[in-house]
Design a protein around this ligand. Structure first.
Ligand SMILES: [Zn+2]
Ligand SMILES: [Zn+2]
Length: 179
């Protein structure tokens, strides 16, 4: 199996389209961001529409993320449909403003020259599927701010610190300045 970067030349995409299997056993495309638990697998279908290349498909993997609250590793399964358009970057200059405006709504990306970097597309889709807030579970109790105990596993003897907003703390200071 090829371990090189998966690039498809425009000329290799026949009029009826090209199916490309994704078999990334070692998570190479995402390795520098997240370790993976299960290989990235799936397939994409490339089709040319004039100067545009449409990519559709599906990818699956499981990443290893670190919980923002308790710092424990947890698994994050990803199962994403891909449906994007790649526009030649040369067309970007002509329609730069227009594209910038619509980029949020449309899944549009760009390619340079005549090579489609399928790996890059897969990588982007995986990164988009990673939550901003990484929690091992919604109600993760986090670490004790005093002793560092993972409160999901065990409670500690430290005085429970109530999670208060900065305003609540401020209020307390104002109300009882002698404390
Ligand atoms: Zn956690
Ligand atoms: Zn503690």
């Amino acid at each position: 199996m090829e371990k090189k970067v998966l690039k498809i030349s425009l000329d290799d995409i026949p009029p009826e389209g090209l199916e490309v299997p994704i078999e990334d056993r070692e998570g190479l495309v995402i390795k520098d961001c997240f370790p993976i638990k299960t290989p990235i697998i799936g397939r994409v279908f490339l089709q040319r529409w004039g100067p545009i290349v449409k990519i559709r498909g599906h990818i699956e993997t499981t990443l290893v993320l670190i919980c923002d609250r308790c710092t424990e590793n947890f698994y994050w399964p990803i199962s994403e449909n891909i449906d994007i358009e790649l526009h030649p970057i040369a067309s970007l200059k002509a329609v730069q403003e227009e594209v910038r405006l619509s980029k949020e709504d449309l899944d549009v990306s760009f390619f340079d020259g005549d090579l489609i970097e399928v790996d890059e597309v897969v990588r982007e889709q995986i990164l988009l599927a990673v939550p901003m807030r990484k929690l091992c579970r919604q109600d993760c109790k986090g670490l004790c701010p005093v002793c560092g105990q993972n409160l999901n596993k065990e409670t500690c003897a430290c005085k429970p610190l109530k999670q208060e907003s900065p305003f609540a703390i401020l209020k307390k200071l104002v109300v009882s300045p002698n404390k």
